[in-house]
Design a binder for this molecule. Structure first.
Ligand SMILES: C[S@@+](CC[C@H](N)C(=O)[O-])C[C@H]1O[C@@H](n2cnc3c(N)ncnc32)[C@H](O)[C@@H]1O
Length: 355
């Protein structure tokens, strides 16, 4: 129950108001339902009367009226006449074309919405240490994405939006001039590879991905005019990683996996790289000891969705060594991702400055 709204009496002890605001589950869900049903878009397009809104959103008019009036109370809509609603500036931020892209990330049928709903399994996760997502939805995120094109597109476009922040750092902060062939392992829809191959016209690329995302990467690389310089391999990086690249990039992949699986991925990449190849891990690096709030929030997210974690440098070092590699250089970047350049354990140390 939204205790703040109903005025349930919890006294006026210091901190109670703040806690009540933080505990409220109703507003986050009501707002997500409005975003999922695209109610702000309908209002913005002139559909303002409740029966019309219900018809166009495929909802039950009486139930929708309760939701609309709740959200009037929360400042998203106004009700200038009974059963007629209008958008406020807050509600307008939930329209699909708003630059914040907030609607898509709150859509309960999209990846962001499902990440949020996975937290309904948090109690079990904290008791067992297991991911909540497969318990709540009956299968892992990756199986979920494979089964639903809508979800898969929503995840890939979330990754593309994030790549705009971190991929330029990967291109500009390393020496790529002597790299003839780069492999992006778990390379998503090809965002990084497109930037790298565009910046380095002599470079060839290989991208390995699960089949649905591999198909999107193939299309994106073709649209970027890079089809001739790039091979897209559909398959699992647990089975094999194509040999022959000078540098293997693992961007935001290892943090999706607990240690045993992360080690397997690193081993497949180390095997493929051979004695002359290099790995570039792009991932968040957690501090040792007391962690910042953003690290704590991302760690909880990784645990709930994947049963995994963001790693400290010591944890990465241990994993990388177990895969027969060593970390050459570590670079922190403004985008928040760290770059860990890894090379075979026995390689000469002079090679460490390369990607
Ligand atoms: C968090 S995303 C990162 C994508 C991209 N590297 C980036 O940083 O934007 C992890 C990627 O790993 C891919 N992936 C998951 N399991 C995989 C597997 N078994 N084999 C290959 N790719 C996999 C997913 O499809 C997803 O695109």
């Amino acid at each position: 129950m939204d205790a703040e709204t109903t005025g349930a009496g919890y006294g006026d002890s210091p901190g109670v108001d703040g806690l009540l605001a933080m505990c409220d589950l109703v507003s986050p869900l009501a707002i997500r339902v409005a975003a999922t049903l695209r109610l702000p878009d309908l209002l913005g397009s002139g559909c303002t009367e409740i029966a019309d809104l219900a018809r166009k959103s495929g909802t039950e008019a009486g139930a929708l009226l309760f939701l609309m009036r709740y959200l009037v109370g929360k400042g998203l809509f106004t009700e200038p006449a009974a059963g007629h609603f209008e958008l406020t500036s807050t509600g307008r931020a939930l329209t699909d074309d708003h630059p914040s892209r907030l609607r898509a990330s709150l859509d309960l049928n999209g990846t962001g919405g499902r990440f949020d709903l996975a937290y309904t399994g948090l109690l079990d996760t904290i008791r067992t240490g297991r991911a909540a997502y497969p318990q709540v939805f009956g299968r892992s995120l990756w199986d979920d994405l494979a089964a639903s094109p809508y979800l898969s597109s929503s995840f890939d476009s979330m990754m593309t939006t994030m790549a705009a922040h971190w991929a330029p750092d990967v291109v500009t902060r390393h020496r790529w001039d002597d790299v003839r062939h780069v492999a992006d392992v778990g390379g998503g829809a090809g965002d990084l590879l497109i930037e790298l191959l565009t910046a380095h016209p002599e470079m060839r690329g290989t991208l390995t991905e699960l089949p649905a995302t591999a198909a999107k990467a193939r299309d994106a690389l073709a649209r970027a005019g890079l089809r001739d310089r790039c091979e897209v391999v559909a398959g699992s990086f647990f089975d094999s990683v194509p040999k022959g690249a000078d540098v293997y990039v693992l961007a935001h992949v290892l943090h999706n996996w607990p240690d045993p699986e992360a080690l397997e991925i690193l081993r497949r990449c180390a095997e493929a790289a051979g004695p002359r190849g290099r790995l570039l891990i792009v991932d968040r690096l957690c501090g040792d000891g007391t962690v910042s709030y953003p690290d704590a929030a991302v760690n909880l997210h990784m645990l709930v969705v994947f049963g995994s974690k963001e790693r400290t440098l010591a944890q990465f070092t241990e994993l990388v060594q177990a895969a027969g590699l060593r970390i050459g250089t570590v670079e922190h970047t403004p985008s928040g991702s760290a770059h860990l350049s890894c090379l075979p354990a026995e390689a000469p140390s002079g090679a460490a400055s390369r990607p």
